[in-house]
Design a protein around this ligand. Structure first.
Ligand SMILES: [Fe+2]
Ligand SMILES: [Fe+2]
Length: 232
């Protein structure tokens, strides 16, 4: 049973299916995972009592249905030790997101050229925001894979410098802010009238990337880093 004082990351750990509902309402459970549900709802001017009633009813109904494969398997991830969880993150999220980043990069350029005349007010800022996000994520993944994750793997059960965690969390916040701007710029991934198949594909892949990044950041901020800081 979810209550308004619970933190967003506690809710996702206990009810991974809440992620879909949080995404629909732009409730930031990844970078803002330590906020209470009440605070997050207040910030978005959503009435907390009716939202939580609906959320609990929806989740209660869903627990009787089979779990779809795209839902975060939090129970399994929480049982993993730091090295295994790091390997899982690289295999699952870094690999998939690198492919999506390069597909979206090509599509973004194609759509900018094709629809410049009628939609440049949307496509120019979107092209810039996506380029910034791609650059930040590529550099962030490299830092994790080549520097911080190897360090975490060998130091997780010893006394170690935890400063890297704060650096990565700050970089997640920066990516989270670019993502909020992308959502606003695309009107929540709503293709304008006259948008071609590539326009649809661009928004669909951007949406897919962003949902994946949310799960990715949640897995690092709320599962990996808390395990690492707890030394297990
Ligand atoms: Fe990562
Ligand atoms: Fe990260």
């Amino acid at each position: 049973m979810i209550t308004n004082k619970m933190k967003l990351n506690e809710i996702v750990k206990a009810y991974p299916r809440a992620v879909d509902i949080f995404n629909d309402f732009h409730i930031d459970y990844c970078c803002g995972g330590n906020d209470s549900l009440e605070d997050a709802l207040n910030q978005l001017s959503i009435d907390s009592k009716s939202f939580i009633d609906v959320l609990n009813k929806k989740l209660e109904k869903q627990t009787k249905e089979p779990v779809p494969t795209e839902v975060l398997d939090v129970d399994r991830l929480m049982k993993m030790e730091v090295p295994a969880l790091i390997d899982y993150i690289i295999d699952t999220y870094h690999g998939k997101e690198r492919i999506l980043l390069s597909e979206i990069d090509a599509l973004s350029n194609k759509v900018l050229l094709a629809h410049y005349a009628h939609h440049k007010d949307q496509l120019i800022p979107l092209h810039g925001l996506f380029s910034d996000l791609k650059k930040e994520l590529e550099e962030h993944f490299a830092k994790e894979e080549k520097l911080v994750f190897p360090y975490m793997k060998q130091s997780y059960n010893q006394k170690s410098d935890k400063g890297y965690v704060k650096e990565l969390e700050d970089e997640h916040d920066a990516a989270g802010n670019l993502i909020k701007d992308i959502i606003a710029c695309t009107n929540d991934f709503t293709v304008p009238d006259g948008g071609c198949t590539s326009y649809h594909m661009l928004f669909q892949k951007l949406h897919e990337l962003i949902k994946d990044i949310y799960n990715h950041i949640f897995t690092e901020n709320s599962l990996l880093f808390s395990k690492y800081e707890g030394g297990h």
